[in-house]
Design a protein around this ligand. Structure first.
Ligand code: BTN
Length: 290
């Protein structure tokens, strides 16, 4: 059951709404998933830019229905309603929306926490050698009145210590605290994130533009890696304007549009680099989540 919250970071929803220049902000102390709340609102006609934020999710999810776990108050857990104004979501949604939101989140982490952030296709935000710091889950559908919507859910790990992650994730997940020893307020990242998302609230799902592709190139954590995806193995060669991953295979360029990628293990080319660069040792961590 949803538990409403009058404040987030000690500030009421109406103040965030005005500060962020969005039509509405729903603050929840606890919910199953902010994406579920935003989906219901989108179906009921909520305007583009409507924001849902929770302190805690009891059934937060990532791609492929994987769990997204975060202790209360430790993460930015935010979903936003986007209205792309096109009906062919099923064809065009998967990559362009998720990549645009990923670019926006990477810029926000840099602005709010000073941490240079890379993108691992299709939806992971990583700090090379240190682990995944955030994830994006874009879900799209068409409301009963026929208006298509996209809900972009963003989870950014901010205040977690190593112990806050399940043991099996400790080596591959990180947080702003683990990276910098500091805990910025969640609002310090939410503000730049919502600013960066403003142009996309009503933007169609047209192909990625040259400036977006350029930003992606700077942040591309996979370029040059030998990967396996959709049964093909090849060298990652950036993304196409529709958001597909370009894979250079022996048979030519293949475009990967779904699923996930993993390091190729059947390399016949010993010059190919490995997916994970060697990690740098983590800094000592200060105490406790808020
Ligand atoms: C992934 O890495 O697979 C995506 C993770 C997305 C998590 C966020 S947290 C806010 C929103 N609510 C959810 O249930 N999921 C997204």
């Amino acid at each position: 059951m949803d538990v409403a919250s009058p404040l987030w970071e000690n500030v009421p929803a109406a103040t965030w709404r005005d500060r962020w220049r969005v039509p509405d902000v729903i603050l929840l102390a606890r919910t199953a998933s902010t994406n579920d709340v935003a989906r219901r609102l989108a179906d009921a006609g909520a305007p583009a830019g409507t924001v849902v934020i929770a302190d805690e999710q009891t059934a937060g999810r990532g791609r492929f229905g994987r769990e997204w776990i975060a202790p209360p108050g430790c993460s930015l857990l935010l979903s936003i309603v986007l209205r792309p104004g096109q009906a062919d979501l099923a064809v065009r949604l998967p990559s362009t929306a998720s990549i645009r939101v990923g670019l926006a989140a990477a810029r926000a982490i840099e602005a709010g926490a000073g941490v240079k952030t890379a993108l691992k296709w299709p939806n992971d935000l990583i700090i090379p050698g240190r682990g995944k710091v955030a994830g994006i889950l874009c879900e799209g559908s068409t409301a009963p009145d026929g208006d298509p919507w996209v809900v972009a859910g963003i989870g950014i790990n901010i205040g977690q210590t190593a112990d806050d992650f399940p043991e099996e994730l400790r080596a591959v997940a990180t947080s702003i605290r683990r990276l910098t020893g500091r805990v910025p307020s969640r609002a310090a990242i939410a503000g730049p994130l919502l600013d960066a998302l403003r142009p996309y609230r009503l933007r169609d799902l047209r192909p990625l533009q040259p400036d977006e592709l350029q930003d992606y190139v700077r942040r591309d954590a996979l370029r040059g890696q030998h990967l396996r995806a959709e049964g093909e193995s090849g060298i990652a060669d950036g993304i196409a304007a529709d958001g597909a991953l370009r894979l250079l295979t022996r048979q030519g360029i293949r475009f990967v549009r779904s699923g996930s990628v993993r390091p190729a293990t059947d390399s016949t080319d010993s010059r190919l680099p490995l997916l994970q660069p060697a990690g740098t040792p983590p800094k000592p961590e200060p105490e406790n989540c808020p």
